[in-house]
Design a protein around this ligand. Structure first.
Ligand SMILES: NC(=O)c1ccc[n+]([C@@H]2O[C@H](COP(=O)([O-])OP(=O)(O)OC[C@H]3O[C@@H](n4cnc5c(N)ncnc54)[C@H](OP(=O)(O)O)[C@@H]3O)[C@@H](O)[C@H]2O)c1
Length: 273
Protein backbone atom coordinates (compact mmCIF):
# COMPACT_ATOMS: atom_id res chain seq x y z
CA UNK A 1 0.00 0.00 0.00
CA UNK A 2 1.18 3.54 -0.63
CA UNK A 3 2.65 5.21 2.47
CA UNK A 4 0.51 7.86 4.17
CA UNK A 5 1.22 11.36 2.82
CA UNK A 6 3.69 13.50 4.73
CA UNK A 7 2.41 16.79 6.11
CA UNK A 8 4.59 19.74 7.12
CA UNK A 9 5.41 20.71 10.71
CA UNK A 10 5.94 24.35 11.68
CA UNK A 11 9.69 23.83 12.20
CA UNK A 12 10.28 22.82 8.56
CA UNK A 13 10.20 19.04 9.14
CA UNK A 14 7.42 16.78 7.85
CA UNK A 15 5.59 13.80 9.33
CA UNK A 16 3.57 10.95 7.77
CA UNK A 17 -0.03 11.77 8.67
CA UNK A 18 -0.84 8.22 9.83
CA UNK A 19 1.49 6.15 12.01
CA UNK A 20 1.57 2.91 13.99
CA UNK A 21 0.90 3.32 17.74
CA UNK A 22 2.77 1.06 20.14
CA UNK A 23 1.05 1.50 23.52
CA UNK A 24 0.35 -1.98 24.95
CA UNK A 25 2.24 -3.70 22.15
CA UNK A 26 4.26 -6.26 24.17
CA UNK A 27 8.02 -5.98 23.72
CA UNK A 28 8.08 -9.61 22.54
CA UNK A 29 5.84 -8.73 19.57
CA UNK A 30 6.91 -5.15 18.89
CA UNK A 31 9.77 -5.66 16.40
CA UNK A 32 7.73 -8.12 14.30
CA UNK A 33 4.61 -5.88 14.30
CA UNK A 34 6.67 -2.78 13.43
CA UNK A 35 8.19 -4.70 10.51
CA UNK A 36 4.68 -5.81 9.46
CA UNK A 37 3.61 -2.16 9.62
CA UNK A 38 6.63 -0.96 7.64
CA UNK A 39 6.06 -3.75 5.11
CA UNK A 40 2.44 -2.60 4.75
CA UNK A 41 3.60 0.98 4.02
CA UNK A 42 3.74 2.69 7.45
CA UNK A 43 6.62 5.14 7.80
CA UNK A 44 5.82 6.54 11.26
CA UNK A 45 6.17 4.70 14.60
CA UNK A 46 4.87 6.13 17.89
CA UNK A 47 6.52 4.77 21.04
CA UNK A 48 7.42 6.09 24.51
CA UNK A 49 9.72 5.20 27.39
CA UNK A 50 6.57 4.14 29.28
CA UNK A 51 5.59 1.56 26.63
CA UNK A 52 8.63 -0.65 27.30
CA UNK A 53 9.24 -1.36 23.60
CA UNK A 54 11.70 1.34 22.44
CA UNK A 55 14.49 -1.25 22.05
CA UNK A 56 12.35 -3.33 19.69
CA UNK A 57 11.20 -0.26 17.72
CA UNK A 58 14.85 0.66 17.13
CA UNK A 59 15.59 -2.93 16.08
CA UNK A 60 12.77 -2.81 13.52
CA UNK A 61 13.98 0.53 12.12
CA UNK A 62 17.43 -0.95 11.56
CA UNK A 63 16.11 -4.29 10.24
CA UNK A 64 13.76 -2.56 7.76
CA UNK A 65 16.70 -1.69 5.52
CA UNK A 66 15.01 1.63 4.70
CA UNK A 67 17.07 4.83 4.70
CA UNK A 68 16.68 6.38 8.17
CA UNK A 69 15.15 9.54 6.67
CA UNK A 70 12.19 7.58 5.30
CA UNK A 71 11.04 6.52 8.78
CA UNK A 72 9.66 8.87 11.41
CA UNK A 73 10.12 7.81 15.05
CA UNK A 74 8.46 9.50 18.04
CA UNK A 75 9.22 8.87 21.72
CA UNK A 76 8.14 10.60 24.92
CA UNK A 77 9.52 11.58 28.32
CA UNK A 78 7.50 9.89 31.07
CA UNK A 79 5.74 11.73 33.92
CA UNK A 80 8.32 10.75 36.58
CA UNK A 81 11.09 12.33 34.52
CA UNK A 82 9.54 15.78 34.19
CA UNK A 83 12.16 18.41 35.15
CA UNK A 84 15.23 19.73 33.31
CA UNK A 85 18.02 17.34 34.32
CA UNK A 86 15.73 14.33 34.63
CA UNK A 87 14.30 14.89 31.14
CA UNK A 88 17.81 15.10 29.66
CA UNK A 89 18.70 11.81 31.40
CA UNK A 90 15.43 10.23 30.22
CA UNK A 91 16.23 11.23 26.64
CA UNK A 92 19.69 9.62 26.87
CA UNK A 93 18.13 6.43 28.23
CA UNK A 94 15.54 6.35 25.43
CA UNK A 95 18.23 6.86 22.80
CA UNK A 96 20.35 4.05 24.29
CA UNK A 97 17.35 1.73 24.04
CA UNK A 98 16.37 2.86 20.55
CA UNK A 99 20.03 2.79 19.46
CA UNK A 100 19.32 5.44 16.82
CA UNK A 101 21.55 8.41 16.16
CA UNK A 102 18.72 10.88 16.02
CA UNK A 103 15.05 10.97 17.00
CA UNK A 104 12.41 12.62 14.80
CA UNK A 105 10.01 13.82 17.50
CA UNK A 106 10.25 13.92 21.31
CA UNK A 107 7.16 14.77 23.35
CA UNK A 108 6.44 15.61 27.00
CA UNK A 109 4.09 12.68 27.69
CA UNK A 110 1.88 14.43 30.33
CA UNK A 111 2.12 17.87 31.92
CA UNK A 112 1.45 16.62 35.52
CA UNK A 113 0.46 20.09 36.77
CA UNK A 114 0.63 19.00 40.43
CA UNK A 115 4.44 18.70 40.24
CA UNK A 116 4.77 21.92 38.22
CA UNK A 117 7.84 20.74 36.29
CA UNK A 118 6.63 20.73 32.69
CA UNK A 119 8.13 24.13 31.79
CA UNK A 120 11.55 22.84 32.92
CA UNK A 121 10.99 19.66 30.87
CA UNK A 122 10.20 21.88 27.89
CA UNK A 123 13.47 23.82 28.33
CA UNK A 124 15.31 20.46 28.22
CA UNK A 125 13.55 19.51 24.98
CA UNK A 126 14.44 22.88 23.45
CA UNK A 127 18.09 22.23 24.33
CA UNK A 128 17.99 18.72 22.77
CA UNK A 129 16.50 20.17 19.59
CA UNK A 130 19.08 22.98 19.48
CA UNK A 131 21.86 20.38 19.89
CA UNK A 132 20.44 18.46 16.91
CA UNK A 133 19.72 15.30 18.90
CA UNK A 134 16.01 15.46 18.08
CA UNK A 135 14.59 17.06 14.95
CA UNK A 136 11.22 18.22 16.37
CA UNK A 137 9.75 18.71 19.83
CA UNK A 138 6.20 18.78 21.09
CA UNK A 139 3.82 17.89 23.87
CA UNK A 140 1.14 15.36 24.69
CA UNK A 141 -1.97 15.70 26.81
CA UNK A 142 -1.57 19.48 27.03
CA UNK A 143 -4.64 21.67 27.42
CA UNK A 144 -4.49 25.12 25.81
CA UNK A 145 -3.57 26.74 29.13
CA UNK A 146 -0.52 24.46 29.55
CA UNK A 147 0.70 25.40 26.06
CA UNK A 148 0.11 29.09 26.70
CA UNK A 149 2.33 28.84 29.75
CA UNK A 150 5.15 27.14 27.80
CA UNK A 151 5.05 29.84 25.14
CA UNK A 152 4.82 32.70 27.67
CA UNK A 153 7.76 31.41 29.74
CA UNK A 154 10.09 30.15 26.98
CA UNK A 155 8.99 31.78 23.70
CA UNK A 156 9.03 28.29 22.11
CA UNK A 157 5.88 26.72 20.64
CA UNK A 158 5.53 22.92 20.35
CA UNK A 159 4.99 21.66 16.80
CA UNK A 160 2.74 18.74 17.85
CA UNK A 161 0.14 18.25 20.60
CA UNK A 162 -0.79 14.55 20.91
CA UNK A 163 -4.10 14.20 22.76
CA UNK A 164 -6.96 11.78 23.22
CA UNK A 165 -9.24 12.39 20.23
CA UNK A 166 -11.99 10.26 18.64
CA UNK A 167 -15.65 10.69 17.65
CA UNK A 168 -16.77 10.77 21.32
CA UNK A 169 -14.14 13.45 22.11
CA UNK A 170 -13.44 15.47 18.94
CA UNK A 171 -11.51 18.19 20.83
CA UNK A 172 -12.89 20.92 18.58
CA UNK A 173 -11.75 23.89 20.70
CA UNK A 174 -8.26 22.45 21.27
CA UNK A 175 -7.86 21.66 17.55
CA UNK A 176 -8.74 25.27 16.74
CA UNK A 177 -6.32 26.55 19.39
CA UNK A 178 -3.52 24.32 18.05
CA UNK A 179 -4.22 25.24 14.41
CA UNK A 180 -4.13 28.98 15.17
CA UNK A 181 -0.58 28.52 16.54
CA UNK A 182 0.72 26.21 13.82
CA UNK A 183 0.61 23.18 16.14
CA UNK A 184 -0.39 19.83 14.58
CA UNK A 185 -2.98 17.98 16.66
CA UNK A 186 -2.22 14.25 16.85
CA UNK A 187 -4.99 11.84 17.88
CA UNK A 188 -4.21 9.14 20.43
CA UNK A 189 -6.74 6.35 20.96
CA UNK A 190 -8.16 7.46 17.61
CA UNK A 191 -10.57 4.50 17.65
CA UNK A 192 -11.43 5.12 21.34
CA UNK A 193 -9.43 1.90 21.99
CA UNK A 194 -11.73 0.09 19.55
CA UNK A 195 -14.83 0.83 21.66
CA UNK A 196 -16.49 3.23 19.22
CA UNK A 197 -16.32 0.83 16.28
CA UNK A 198 -19.58 -1.08 16.89
CA UNK A 199 -21.67 2.12 16.81
CA UNK A 200 -24.59 1.55 14.38
CA UNK A 201 -23.99 4.91 12.68
CA UNK A 202 -20.37 3.96 11.91
CA UNK A 203 -21.45 0.54 10.70
CA UNK A 204 -23.98 2.21 8.38
CA UNK A 205 -21.28 4.53 6.99
CA UNK A 206 -18.99 1.53 6.61
CA UNK A 207 -21.67 -0.24 4.54
CA UNK A 208 -22.28 2.92 2.48
CA UNK A 209 -18.60 3.25 1.55
CA UNK A 210 -17.74 -0.45 1.39
CA UNK A 211 -15.16 0.05 4.17
CA UNK A 212 -14.74 -1.03 7.80
CA UNK A 213 -15.85 1.10 10.76
CA UNK A 214 -12.17 1.59 11.66
CA UNK A 215 -11.46 2.95 8.18
CA UNK A 216 -14.43 5.34 8.47
CA UNK A 217 -13.11 6.72 11.78
CA UNK A 218 -9.54 6.98 10.49
CA UNK A 219 -10.75 8.74 7.34
CA UNK A 220 -12.66 11.19 9.59
CA UNK A 221 -9.37 11.95 11.39
CA UNK A 222 -7.56 12.46 8.09
CA UNK A 223 -10.24 14.86 6.82
CA UNK A 224 -10.13 16.85 10.11
CA UNK A 225 -6.40 17.27 9.45
CA UNK A 226 -5.31 15.23 12.46
CA UNK A 227 -2.14 13.22 12.71
CA UNK A 228 -3.36 9.75 13.70
CA UNK A 229 -1.62 6.72 15.23
CA UNK A 230 -3.92 3.66 15.50
CA UNK A 231 -2.62 0.59 17.30
CA UNK A 232 -3.48 -2.92 16.09
CA UNK A 233 -2.12 -6.38 16.86
CA UNK A 234 -2.56 -8.30 13.61
CA UNK A 235 -1.00 -7.74 10.18
CA UNK A 236 -4.51 -7.70 8.67
CA UNK A 237 -5.75 -4.85 10.94
CA UNK A 238 -2.46 -2.99 10.57
CA UNK A 239 -2.95 -3.01 6.77
CA UNK A 240 -6.65 -2.15 7.04
CA UNK A 241 -5.90 0.90 9.18
CA UNK A 242 -3.43 2.39 6.71
CA UNK A 243 -6.03 2.20 3.96
CA UNK A 244 -7.74 5.46 4.91
CA UNK A 245 -6.66 7.57 1.95
CA UNK A 246 -8.47 6.15 -1.09
CA UNK A 247 -11.98 7.45 -0.39
CA UNK A 248 -13.81 10.55 0.81
CA UNK A 249 -16.48 11.17 3.48
CA UNK A 250 -19.02 13.76 2.35
CA UNK A 251 -20.39 16.68 4.38
CA UNK A 252 -23.44 14.65 5.51
CA UNK A 253 -21.18 11.81 6.72
CA UNK A 254 -19.04 14.28 8.69
CA UNK A 255 -22.13 15.92 10.21
CA UNK A 256 -23.46 12.49 11.23
CA UNK A 257 -20.17 11.55 12.93
CA UNK A 258 -20.25 14.89 14.80
CA UNK A 259 -23.47 13.72 16.54
CA UNK A 260 -21.46 10.97 18.30
CA UNK A 261 -19.73 13.51 20.57
CA UNK A 262 -20.33 12.71 24.26
CA UNK A 263 -17.16 14.16 25.80
CA UNK A 264 -16.30 10.69 27.13
CA UNK A 265 -12.59 10.05 27.73
CA UNK A 266 -10.97 6.60 27.76
CA UNK A 267 -8.00 8.06 29.68
CA UNK A 268 -7.35 10.70 32.34
CA UNK A 269 -8.03 14.40 32.16
CA UNK A 270 -4.51 15.93 32.05
CA UNK A 271 -5.41 18.40 34.82
CA UNK A 272 -6.19 15.54 37.24
CA UNK A 273 -2.53 14.49 37.67
N1 LIG B 1 0.23 10.23 24.56
C1 LIG B 1 -0.53 9.46 25.30
O1 LIG B 1 -0.78 9.70 26.49
C2 LIG B 1 -1.14 8.24 24.66
C3 LIG B 1 -2.13 7.51 25.35
C4 LIG B 1 -2.67 6.40 24.71
C5 LIG B 1 -2.25 6.04 23.44
N2 LIG B 1 -1.26 6.76 22.81
C6 LIG B 1 -0.77 6.40 21.46
O2 LIG B 1 -1.88 6.25 20.58
C7 LIG B 1 -1.86 4.95 20.02
C8 LIG B 1 -3.25 4.45 19.73
O3 LIG B 1 -4.07 4.50 20.88
P1 LIG B 1 -4.65 3.19 21.60
O4 LIG B 1 -3.73 2.05 21.36
O5 LIG B 1 -4.91 3.57 23.01
O6 LIG B 1 -6.07 2.98 20.95
P2 LIG B 1 -6.70 2.88 19.47
O7 LIG B 1 -5.66 2.94 18.43
O8 LIG B 1 -7.83 3.84 19.46
O9 LIG B 1 -7.36 1.45 19.51
C9 LIG B 1 -6.62 0.26 19.58
C10 LIG B 1 -7.63 -0.86 19.82
O10 LIG B 1 -8.49 -0.96 18.68
C11 LIG B 1 -8.39 -2.26 18.11
N3 LIG B 1 -8.33 -2.11 16.66
C12 LIG B 1 -7.34 -1.51 15.94
N4 LIG B 1 -7.61 -1.55 14.63
C13 LIG B 1 -8.80 -2.20 14.50
C14 LIG B 1 -9.59 -2.55 13.39
N5 LIG B 1 -9.21 -2.23 12.15
N6 LIG B 1 -10.75 -3.22 13.61
C15 LIG B 1 -11.14 -3.51 14.87
N7 LIG B 1 -10.43 -3.20 15.97
C16 LIG B 1 -9.27 -2.55 15.79
C17 LIG B 1 -7.09 -2.84 18.64
O11 LIG B 1 -7.21 -4.24 18.76
P3 LIG B 1 -5.98 -5.25 18.60
O12 LIG B 1 -4.78 -4.61 19.24
O13 LIG B 1 -6.45 -6.47 19.30
O14 LIG B 1 -5.76 -5.45 17.11
C18 LIG B 1 -6.97 -2.18 20.02
O15 LIG B 1 -7.73 -2.89 20.98
C19 LIG B 1 -1.11 4.13 21.08
O16 LIG B 1 -0.70 2.88 20.62
C20 LIG B 1 -0.01 5.08 21.44
O17 LIG B 1 1.00 5.08 20.45
C21 LIG B 1 -0.71 7.87 23.40
Amino acid sequence: MAPAPRVPLADGASIPQLGYGLYKVPAADAARLCLDAIGAGYRHLDTAAFYGNEREVGEAVRASGLPRDELFVTSKVWKDDNGFDSALRAFDASMRRLALERLDLYLIHWPVPSTDRYVDTWRALVRLRDEGRVRSIGVSNFHAHHIERLVDETGETPVVNQVELHPWLPQTALREFDAARGIRTEAWSPLARGRVLGTPLLEALAAKHGRSSAQIVLRWHVQLGNLVIPKASSPQRIRENLDAFGFELDAADLAAIATLETGERTGRDPDDD
